[in-house]
Design a protein around this ligand. Structure first.
Ligand code: FES
Ligand code: FES
Length: 206
């Protein structure tokens, strides 16, 4: 018996796939038309130029007039306006402790506070610890105990240690580790740092 001709409406696998693809394309929402007017560019008037402020910072016993934008951190003000580069920038987000300074005797991470908020406070950086040529007992102990390698964390460790000793958190190595835990050392000098803090604490208490 002769094969009957394929009806004109018969779909082959190819035509089905093609028509499915076309349908799917049709179902896809058309991209949003471009806005008739592009979003307005930020105005370039004097109003959007960052405001600057004249502030006074008291650092290591000296007053400094500093011009800063309100968004400038204490860390950047110290390093970039006052050239006190002993305070280090590690993470710049409060995680490493490299930027630790004392503000009114309390240790803080200077990357987490704004310079404008610290007017009227007594700020101490690592540059302000020594008494002339005489290093602070914590500085001496860090050298004696070889408590650093690259030095990236060291000024923050020292400032934190000064406060830790004043706070009385040096009763044991475990206590020192706990209260110095906000200061990270990527060179892993922790054993020597703890020994240095314990040494300095004994010396300060004598
Ligand atoms: S630089 Fe401030 S905590 Fe790391
Ligand atoms: S000495 Fe290198 S990070 Fe502490």
């Amino acid at each position: 018996m002769p094969e009957s001709p394929r009806p004109a409406t018969t779909h082959t696998r190819r035509t089905v796939l093609k028509s499915t693809a076309v349908a799917a394309a049709g179902a896809t929402p058309a991209p949003a038309p471009a806005p008739a007017v592009a979003a307005a560019a930020a105005p370039t008037t004097a109003g959007d130029v960052a405001e600057v402020m004249e502030i006074t910072l008291s650092v290591n016993g000296r007053k400094h007039a500093v011009t800063v934008e309100p968004r400038v951190t204490l860390l950047d003000a110290l390093r970039e306006r006052l050239a006190l580069t002993g305070t280090k920038k590690g993470c710049d987000r409060g995680e490493c402790g490299a930027c630790t300074v004392l503000v009114d005797g309390e240790r803080i991470k200077s990357c987490l506070t704004l310079a404008v908020m610290r007017q009227g406070s007594a700020i101490t950086t690592v540059e302000g610890l020594a008494d002339g040529d005489r290093l602070h007992p914590v500085q001496e102990a860090f050298i004696r105990r070889d408590a650093f390698q690259c030095g990236g964390c060291t000024s923050g460790q020292i400032m934190s240690a000064v406060a830790c000793i004043r706070e009385g958190h040096t009763g044991s190595d475990e206590e020192i580790r706990q209260w110095m835990s906000g200061n990270i050392c990527r060179c892993a000098c922790y054993q020597n740092i703890v020994a240095a803090v314990a040494d300095a604490a004994r010396e300060v208490r004598r």
